[in-house]
Design a binder for this molecule. Sequence first.
Ligand code: G3H
Ligand code: ZN
Length: 287
Amino acid sequence: MHNLHDYLEKAKEENIAIGHFNISNIEALWAIYEAARDLKQPVIIGVSEGERKFVGIKQAASLVQSIRNEFDYPIFINADHTHDVNGVKECIDAGFDSVMIDGSKLSFDENVAMTKEVVEYAHHIAQEESRTVLVEAELGYIGSSSALLDKIPEGAGEDKTTPEIAKKFTEETEVDIFAPSVGNIHGVVKSGNPHIDASLVGEIASASDAYLVLHGGSGITDEDLRAGIEAGISIVHVNTEIRKAFRDGLEESLERNDSVAPYKYMDVPRQKVYDVVYNKIKLFAGL
Ligand code: G3H
Ligand code: ZN
């Protein structure tokens, strides 16, 4: 079984992106795994601070690892948007494949210092335990909620990442994966999400050695996503569209099913999540 680093290298070479999908429950995890399996693509499961508080840190890691081991499948787990070093360490110790230390609201120097501390710890543990632990960091505020939004949150997306600052940040921190602000914002804006600046993505990709990740993958047009991937994005994060699909499916299911057995009404939300993820992976992999 190859590790996440190998799959990222392959994605970069082939100019495709790996899908990163957030979960809050096992129904979404199964749906994401099944969609990836049906398209024969590696996949990353994300759990942010709130999501892993709900699911459990060790439990989330074990669930993903159990699917990976039972089906010999490249499914990985990332500690998404983690705002403090201790939170990241807890996830690394629980066996996560990658962690995102989110210092995007801090000053550049504070962000660098916190990211460096995480990189040192992750790489030290990886070496000690002979496994791969990748670290991701972000520059530029792009909003913070995976939700349906009436308008773009104050200040989000305004501070776009320049190639110069991306180079300086990734060189100083030696971070493996880098999340720039290139027009992307978290959540789905009712009147439409902003466009992705694909030429800026291309310039950042040339300036930095880190793998590039696009956050806020919901609400972006297929054309913009493809342009971003072709310009150098290797991972795309999607959450809001999954949450909406799950909720819509649950409402639909409860309306026409009066069973009290969860497995009899959780099938529709699971299927709706599968459909969203299947279409995204197909697009990200250029299938
Ligand atoms: O880290 C999670 C993602 O960036 C999700 O963004 O909710 O806009 O898809 P999204
Ligand atoms: Zn994000």
